[in-house]
Structure formats: C-alpha cells, structure tokens
Ligand binder design. Structure first.
Ligand code: GLU
Length: 446
C-alpha cells in the first residue's frame, strides 16, 4: 500500500489538542506504512487566515516532533481551483445561485416548519435566462453550487466501517462564494487529487462532507482516497472540547510545563484499544500504531491524565534527555547527580527549580526541636560525602539521641530542606553539602 496523507489546518487560530491529535495520527499512519506526510495550509479565507498562525502551527507541530515531506499553501494554488471550477461549469455540475443569505434562511425555516429536511431546493436551476440577465444587471453576483447526483454514495470508512449517504438528502454544496473566493470543499478535493493523497484521516465533524467530496473526485475524473473519520475528543464529562479550547492549545500546555512526549503519548492512544502509558520517543508510538485500533467510542480528554503522563515521563527520563529541558527551565548548570536525585519528585520540569534552590541557595530551615537538630549537626561526618553518608550519619544520630523512625528522620528533613516532603535524603544530602547542612541544622538560613 502506498501512503500519502495530509494534515490540513486552517491558519485561523492556534492548534489545540483536537487538531494535534489528527496531525499526530496522520503522521503515525504515514510513518507506520513508510509513506509521506504533507502539511497543507487551508488558507483560502484571506480575511481570517493569518501568517502568525501559520508560524504558530509550524512551531507547534515541530514541538510535537512532527515533520513533513511537503508543504503547500492553498492561497498559492487558486489557479488550480479556478481551472477545476471551470471544468465543472462546462460539465453542468457547477451552477450559479442568486439567493441572499436572508432568502436562504427564510427557505430553510419554512422547510423545517413543514417538517421537511432543509435541503436547498435548486430554485436557481429553474431560472430563465432573462431572470439571470436581470439579476446580473441589478449588480447581483452569483455564488456557485455543485450539483450532486441523486444517488447513494458508499465508502468503507476505516473507522466507521461501511458508510453511505444519498445525494438527495444533502444540499448542493456551495463551492465558490459570490466574491469569487473558494470554500474549503473544492480546493481540498483538487489538492487531494493533485498531491496524490491516498488516505484522508480527519475528525468526524467532516463526515457529512465525504459523500459530496466523493462525487467531486468523480466529477474531476480522479480516484478518491480512503477515508477515516475519528470521533471527536470530549472533556471528561462528555461535553465537546470547543468551549475550553483556549486552555487546551498546545501553546498553553507547553507553557504549563507539559512535555511534548506526554501529549504525543496521550493523543496517539486516546480512543484506541491500547493502554495509555508514557512513551519516551515517537518511534515507540509508530511501532504500536494501527488504524484498526481506533474505535467509534468517544475519546475523553482529561488534563489530569496528561499531568500524570508528564510526571511519569520525567521520573524515567535520562539526564541526556533532561539537559535541554532543564536549561530551558532556567537551570543550565543542573548536573546528572542532581537530576537523578530529584526527578522522581517532579510533576513538571519547572519544579526542579525548587530543588535546585534547596541544594544551591540559602533557604530558611524549619526547626522543630533545636536541641535535637543541634545534636545531629555535631555528628555530621567530614566530607567527601556520597549516598552512604546519610545512613552512617543517621545511625550515629539514632545511637546518640535514641530516636528512630519518623521522629528521627522528619525533623532532619525539615531542617535540611525546609519542606515536609521531597527527594530521598540519601541522594539529596551530598548535593546540599556539609557546610549548608550544618548551618541549617543549627537553624541558620543557608
Ligand atoms: N481545513 C479543514 C479543517 O481544518 C481540513 C479538513 C480535512 O481534513 O479535509 O477542518
């Protein structure tokens, strides 16, 4: 099977987890089958498309670790769409319509009131040439509709299975607006044909476009790709994500300190039969990818799951992988012993700053029992220290003071770190160092 897929965002906003999921699944599908992945920017809406969103989309896809073999802007391909529209006109498949939005709305309401489906009545096809001349003279400009064949259109959806729609149940879609600009449908089909797209993997919100698009592929004399429509993500309560998209943009997740691999690990598996677990690289996700695993159930996106995966990712991350992330979090000097000591305590990389401060900066110790901690300070062994130091020292403290268990360890932790909880002290203590440890045990900020 030769595979070429595309991710086709409109650069009218930032990528959110829903779009990112479609991008990732297309990319994984391409990689799994040794195929090609294309980035297509659907920017025919000149007013709403913005170059800054193009840049943001590219940056966010790169952040996710996705790359593309080809990139195209629809705004640069208008001549191709005009040529296709001319062919359709010549074949009698694209016809001019003159209704105003108000007239269309009125018709729609009347149909609904009569219990009829709100399908365009093709009144424009019944106009005489004199009517058309008059409309033109009045300065009205037509929009153009694609005349659907009133036949059953069938396709084998890779997610939804055998699917069909009858042409008569849908309005003839508008392909060209009155101002001459193209709506999404025709450019998308022209591009899918010209770029040899083999599989269209997209959200279920596009399933009603499929039958008209299949008719367009046929009308333009091309072979249609296979389709896969993924159920849309909902929030944990089952409501659509759209209301909260702002907080779920990839930018925001990144700003919140979520790692791209946590996002990838979650989005690659949501809605599949696989367990959701952290993966440390996209290669693992490629190996595990199979379109057959995607079901029709509604995948729920839960930000808490992302936090959980992110924490797991950090807990198992090598220093090599952590180094650039630590530098980006403002800790260019963090070294391997530090990373290994604290990684199990992180929910986000940024949390490392707190532990860096505990190891390197003055902190205010918390002293519960000054006599006890002073006694412990006096027993600190000389440096050099290693991970065995904690055991030797606390055994000595235990012997001298008679304390054990929590009453022994907890006051030491509070004095040494100023915190109730944290990394294992046997790894942290050598990083704090003797001078600082002694001062803190004596109640001094150090
Ligand atoms: N630009 C369309 C969208 O963002 C592409 C849909 C498709 O994949 O066909 O929804």
């Amino acid at each position: 099977m030769s595979v070429t897929v595309r991710f086709a965002p409109s650069p009218t906003g930032l990528l959110h987890v829903g779009n990112a999921r479609v991008a990732l699944i297309n990319w994984l599908f391409a990689k799994r089958h040794g195929g090609y992945f294309m980035l297509r920017l659907d920017d025919t809406d000149a007013e709403r498309s913005k170059p800054e969103f193009v840049d943001a989309i590219i940056e966010d896809l790169r952040w996710l670790g996705l790359d593309w073999d080809r990139k195209a802007f629809q705004s640069a391909r208008l001549a191709r769409y005009t040529a296709a529209a001319e062919k359709l006109k010549a074949d009698g498949r694209l016809y001019p319509c003159w209704e105003t939005p108000e007239e269309l709305e009125f018709k729609r309401k009347r149909q609904l009131a009569r219990g009829l489906p709100p399908v365009y009545d093709r009144a424009a096809l019944k106009l005489h040439s004199e009517d058309i001349c008059r409309l033109g003279e009045e300065g009205r400009r037509p929009h153009w509709r694609f005349k659907l064949d009133h036949v059953e259109v069938r396709w084998d959806d890779m997610v939804r299975g055998a699917s069909h729609t009858h042409g008569a149940t849908q309005s003839d879609p508008v392909l060209v607006r009155a101002d001459g600009s193209f709506l999404y449908t025709l450019p998308s089909v022209v591009d899918d044909l010209e770029f040899g797209i083999s599989h269209v993997i997209r959200g279920e919100d596009h399933v009603t476009n499929t039958a008209p698009q299949l008719q367009l592929f046929q009308a333009l004399g091309g072979e249609a790709p296979r389709f896969a429509h993924l159920p849309l993500l909902t929030d944990a309560s089952g409501a659509g994500l759209s209301k909260r998209l702002g907080s779920l943009s990839l930018r925001d997740l990144r700003r919140q300190g979520i790692d791209a691999m946590a996002v990838d690990s979650l989005l690659a598996k949501l809605g599949t039969s696989d367990a959701i677990e952290i993966r440390h690289g996209l290669d693992a996700l490629v190996d595990e990818f199979d379109m057959e695993k995607f079901g029709r159930g509604t995948p729920k996106f839960d930000p808490a799951e992302l936090d959980h995966l992110n924490a797991h990712l950090l807990h198992g991350m090598s220093f090599e992988d952590a180094r650039t992330r630590l530098a980006a979090a403002g800790l260019p000097l963090a070294d391997e012993p530090f990373w290994l000591a604290i990684r199990a305590n992180l929910a986000q990389v940024g949390d490392a700053r707190e532990w860096w401060a505990v190891c390197r900066d003055p902190i205010r110790p918390v002293i519960e029992d000054a006599e006890f901690t002073a006694a412990a300070a006096a027993l600190l062994p000389p440096e050099p220290w290693d991970t065995a130091t904690w055991g030797t020292w606390t055994t000595a403290v235990k012997d001298v003071t008679g304390r054990k268990g929590k009453t022994l360890f907890h006051p030491l932790r509070l004095a040494l770190t100023g915190r109730e909880n944290g990394p294992e002290l046997k790894t942290l203590l050598p990083l704090v160092g003797r001078a600082r440890a002694e001062a803190r045990l004596r109640g001094e900020s150090a």
